[in-house]
Design a protein around this ligand. Structure first.
Ligand SMILES: Nc1nc2c(ncn2[C@@H]2O[C@H](COP(=O)(O)OP(=O)(O)OP(=O)(O)O)[C@@H](O)[C@H]2O)c(=O)[nH]1
Ligand SMILES: [Mg+2]
Length: 460
């Protein structure tokens, strides 16, 4: 997300750095460029205008023209303003500690409501240790219940059983009773979508809201629709009490205009971003981290969180033990490669690492790191268990067999063996310096973040 804006800012700030000192006209020119970049990212005009005015006021107030590092100063001011625009207040999902929490999901047809209900259910179960119940109030399509049921099975939480021909309001009442009997902590209500906002939909949501008194009413919006998403949010908030929005399909949105205009237009915080179709493809929306990503400062905090989520603690401990004894074999390399794949592959990881964000486009197509990961996995899988544990025994004839088995060449095999040697030497050195002092949780993060560089240098 935000790639286009991010690239534009990159150019603007580089230009400013080159000028060294900044006079009023170069500041004005930079602000004009920033304004244009925002508009091209589909940010609403009033939002872009107000943004520029604020940055200008701040810049003048801070006597930026006379400061020694004007480019950094402007970057800092733009960063702060981005955080303000994205919503500076905490946007954590409200979860009641005692009693139950009730979430009502609303939105237009196909915006991603049902998928999001599954994702948030998974989040509440995994991250907050809550007993979750999903409820389908979508009686408009016969398949709607089955879709939610499938998701409930996938994430392993309960779903309110179906009773034929019941109206949404009656299903809601039944859900509240069921939840009391089953001691459910969190109730997630999926609703029917509509092509347009119509009175019937609004009346239905209004009625539901009164019946279930939600802890949060969450509006699910497709970020790809840009300004339209902002208009939809404004219209919905006129009739129902929207407490937060969730942007979906952010994985496919290079512009990010909806996110930047949302808070300004609706005064409603963005709580989550949907980043794909999988049940774990959702991120809590942290304005500071997003602002950092836009300005190309990377987002190491999210990266480390992703790493520790993906890499189970015991795995990390087991790995630490092996490393301590200098026993890093090709099986371990394979599991590292797979972990990286789980975290979304190298190109996804690169977005989070400062300075690497723009590298992706600079890698020639034939050196696509994702391809090399697949190749390396194929090579290791074509080895016998014995070869993986004792790579030293891999001689010429074994290499020939492995190359044929994995559809690669001998020089590919040599490269991976060399890389393994280099890594295990590095590990040995590290372990001599006292590997035991390294927190196993961090280890996952360090390996996850450290490997891509090595893979990149090693062209397959
Ligand atoms: N790439 C991507 N796809 C998503 C995301 N969220 C949902 N989808 C996909 O969008 C499609 C529609 O999602 P649903 O959850 O069925 O949408 P809905 O709002 O419940 O649709 P209706 O019930 O018909 O109104 C599905 O194919 C989802 O897999 C996301 O964050 N990223
Ligand atoms: Mg649905």
């Amino acid at each position: 997300m935000f790639e286009s804006l991010s690239n534009r800012f990159d150019v603007i700030f580089k230009g400013l750095k080159k000028t060294g000192s900044i006079d009023e006209s170069s500041l004005d020119a930079a602000l004009r460029d920033i304004r244009r970049a925002l508009l091209e990212a589909d940010v609403a005009l009033p939002v872009a205008k107000s943004f520029i005015e604020k940055v200008k006021k701040e810049s003048i107030g801070k006597e930026i023209l006379r400061s020694i590092t004007p480019a950094q100063m402007i970057t800092k001011i733009v960063n702060d303003e981005l955080i303000m625009a994205l919503g500076s207040d905490s946007s954590e999902l409200k979860v009641n500690e005692s009693g139950n929490s009730i979430y009502l999901f609303a939105g237009l047809q196909g915006s991603g409501k049902t998928t999001t209900v599954g994702k948030i259910g998974n989040y509440l179960k995994e991250k907050k240790n809550k007993k979750v119940l999903l409820i389908s109030l979508d009686t408009s399509r016969p398949a709607a219940f089955d879709q939610l049921k499938k998701l409930s099975e996938q994430i392993n939480v309960s779903i309110l059983p179906k009773v034929e021909d019941q109206l949404p309001i009656d299903i809601a009442k039944r859900a509240l009773q069921f939840a009391q009997l089953q001691e459910i902590d969190c109730l997630l209500f999926d609703t029917a979508g509509r092509i347009n906002i119509d009175q019937t939909l609004m009346n239905e949501l209004n009625q539901l809201e009164k019946e279930i008194s939600p802890t949060e009413t969450l509006l699910v919006l497709d970020s790809l629709t840009g300004q339209e998403a902002v208009n939809v949010a404004t219209d919905f908030s006129k009739t129902i009490t929207v407490t937060g929005t969730i942007l979906t399909r952010v994985d496919g949105d290079a512009r990010g205009g909806a996110a930047l205009s949302m808070k300004y237009a609706t005064n409603c915080p963005i709580k989550f971003m949907g980043m794909g179709e999988q049940m774990n493809a959702i991120e809590v929306f942290h304005p500071e981290r997003i602002a950092n990503r836009i300005l190309g400062m990377g987002d190491i905090v999210t990266l480390v969180e992703k790493a520790s989520e993906t890499i189970k603690e015991e795995d990390a401990e087991k790995m630490a033990e092996k490393l301590k004894n200098g026993e890093f074999d090709l099986d371990d390399l394979l599991s590292q490669i797979r972990q990286m794949k789980k975290m979304g592959g190298i190109s996804n990881l690169m977005k989070f690492i400062p300075g690497l964000k723009n590298m992706k486009d600079k890698i020639p197509q034939k050196d696509n790191p994702e391809d090399s990961i697949i190749k390396q996995e194929a090579i290791i899988l074509s080895m016998t268990k014995y070869e993986r544990n004792k790579p030293k025994i891999i001689n010429g004839s074994r290499k020939k067999r492995i190359a044929a088995g994995s559809g690669t060449s001998i020089s590919d095999i040599n490269k991976i063996l060399k890389q393994h040697r280099k890594m295990s030497d590095m590990m040995k050195k590290l372990s001599k310096k006292g590997m035991g002092s390294i927190d196993p949780n961090m280890l996952g993060g360090q390996l996850g973040a450290g490997i891509p560089n090595d893979f990149l240098k090693n062209k397959f």
